[in-house]
Design a protein around this ligand. Structure first.
Ligand SMILES: Cc1cc2nc3c(=O)[nH]c(=O)nc-3n(C[C@H](O)[C@H](O)[C@H](O)COP(=O)(O)OP(=O)(O)OC[C@H]3O[C@@H](n4cnc5c(N)ncnc54)[C@H](O)[C@@H]3O)c2cc1C
Length: 486
């Protein structure tokens, strides 16, 4: 199957086993994190195989109760994205069968039964999968192709063993003009699947919002963490953000990107990229077509293509990418040397979650995570560094920082989460002198940040926000040992 694909798709596709395609009513396209109907390589592969076999492609999205940090916030985003996906697939003549798990509407066995009736299963291939091993179980039973859909340049085109961001940039840049890095949809040549299904699909695209809200309220997930209204997973909101990127953010990105108080400083697209509602190829195309200054375009693409895809490369190639041992040896050594240094204040998890520290800048940052489900890039480094000094030891700091980011932020549980946290914990330049607690890990001050136009007022206002109380676990999961969700 893989060998029959056009080169641009073959480069993105891995066969997860040697099982051969079989008789079936459709090709199943199980979308885990690439929740979009266009510019979606996993869908293109599924439609290509379906066309070649003379069957339709059927798309499945399963929003289960048991993924890491399942909450109203994460559920609402995925349900919204799945609804847009279904609607846009229907316009392309592709059927979808989604499931939002809740009492009486169990996900157990649904994916397996869907796959069992398929010619083969095609799925996207996230560098940090969140499906709890479902894909491995599926590959035991039948043919599965996994398609690199989150990156502009597929992993298979990059050389092995790249060690630095500079080396990655040099290898990645020339490949951005390759056909595999450019968007292009494969159209189905069969009518949509209308045969029997092994469950009653939820038809999220056709439901009233109140119905989906009720289903989410019934699901066995964390209901204390509410949806984040700033990041509505709708076509209208995504289009508005893409227009805003080109019209407002991009023209000033190089100079104003570091001020969280500046409305034009950031695209707010990371949740949409994380859940694959939009892909980097589509955004890069819009950036290339804009008339923003070349330096601004370069800077934005360097963030979205170099840094984002570098961290995905690391996550896909490092064993246990969230493990503490992925930090450089020198960073772990200096933090260990200072593990017994007296700390100023050790805040409880409850205080950290609810932004109750003595540091206004940190509280403002944490409130963004808590209330908005997002944090401005420039705040995140400061926010993470402070946690090192406020927790009993470096490994607890590592787990705490990742836990807060992953649970609260819509873009969390991503290769960029652990990759950037590595920089907080000593991946980059070392300090000019050895400090208590931090050793040779560079600390970070908020002095420059607070001098930016409007920043002091903005931070004071954000820090004062109050009112949301969410469930607090007894302890954070042990990220230091590896991915806490296995
Ligand atoms: C401690 C820490 C934790 C982070 N955790 C995450 C995370 O969980 N998920 C996440 O997507 N990003 C994370 N980042 C990177 C960055 O902060 C976010 O990507 C950015 O704030 C997203 O907002 P935006 O889309 O408005 O950014 P923009 O400035 O508009 O950037 C556009 C896109 O470029 C990419 N990008 C920008 N900066 C980075 C970066 N430093 N590393 C990788 N990609 C980048 C993102 O995909 C982003 O959406 C983290 C950074 C730090 C320092």
């Amino acid at each position: 199957m893989r060998s029959a694909l056009p080169e641009a798709l073959r480069l993105r596709t891995r066969a997860l086993n040697r099982k051969r395609a079989r008789e079936g009513g459709y090709v199943l396209c199980w979308l885990r994190q690439a929740l979009r109907a266009r510019d979606n390589p996993a869908l293109d592969v599924a439609v290509s195989v379906a066309n070649a076999r003379g069957v339709p492609c059927l798309v499945h999205v399963g929003i289960r109760e048991d993924y890491p940090y399942a909450s109203d916030r994460l559920h609402a985003f995925q349900a919204g994205a799945a609804a847009v996906l279904e609607t846009e697939l229907a316009a392309r003549g592709i059927a979808a069968a989604s499931l939002l798990e809740r009492p009486g509407h169990d996900a157990a066995g649904v994916l397996e039964r869907l796959a069992g009736a398929a010619v083969c299963t095609v799925t996207d291939d996230p560098a940090l999968p969140l499906d709890g091993g479902q894909v491995a179980a599926l590959a035991e039973a039948g043919p599965v192709l996994a398609v690199d859909s989150a990156r502009m340049v597929p992993l298979s085109m990059l050389p092995e063993g790249i060690r630095t961001t500079k080396g990655f940039r040099a290898a990645h840049r020339p490949l951005r003009a390759h056909p595999a890095a450019l968007p292009g949809d494969v159209e189905p040549d069969r009518p949509p699947h209308d045969g029997a299904l092994p469950f009653e699909p939820d038809r999220l695209g056709a439901r009233r919002a109140a119905t989906v809200d009720r289903w989410i309220a019934e699901a066995g997930i964390d209901h204390s963490l509410p949806p984040a209204p700033l990041f509505e997973a709708s076509r209208a909101r995504l289009d508005a953000l893409l227009d805003r990127l080109v019209g407002t953010v991009l023209p000033v990105y190089r100079w104003r990107r570091n001020n969280p108080a500046d409305d034009a400083s950031a695209s707010l697209l990371s949740p949409y990229l994380h859940f694959g509602m939009v892909g980097p190829r589509e955004i890069a195309r819009r950036v290339a077509a804009s008339d923003a200054p070349a330096g601004c375009k370069w800077k934005f693409l360097d963030e979205m293509l170099t840094w984002r895809e570098w961290f995905a490369y690391r996550a896909a190639t490092l064993p246990g990418p969230t493990a503490y041992d992925t930090l450089p040896e020198a960073a772990r050594r200096t933090l260990a040397d200072h593990a017994d240094d007296p700390r100023g204040t050790l805040y409880s998890l409850d205080d950290l979650i609810h932004a109750r520290t003595d540091d206004e800048t940190w509280n403002a940052a944490q409130n963004q995570f808590l209330m908005e489900g997002y944090m401005h890039n420039n705040l995140r480094m400061y926010w993470g560094k402070k946690i090192i000094g406020w927790t009993p030891d470096p490994r607890t700091a590592w787990s705490t920082a990742l836990y807060l980011n992953d649970r609260l932020s819509l873009d969390g549980r991503d290769p960029a989460t652990c990759g950037n946290m590595g920089w907080v914990f000593g991946q980059g330049r070392r300090a000019y002198r050895e400090n208590p607690v931090y050793g040779w890990i560079a600390p970070k001050s908020d002095r420059a940040l607070r001098k930016r136009p409007g920043a002091a007022e903005w931070l004071a206002r954000e820090a004062r926000r109050d009112g949301l109380r969410i469930a607090v676990p007894d302890a954070v999961p042990d990220y230091a040992a590896g991915m806490p969700w296995g």
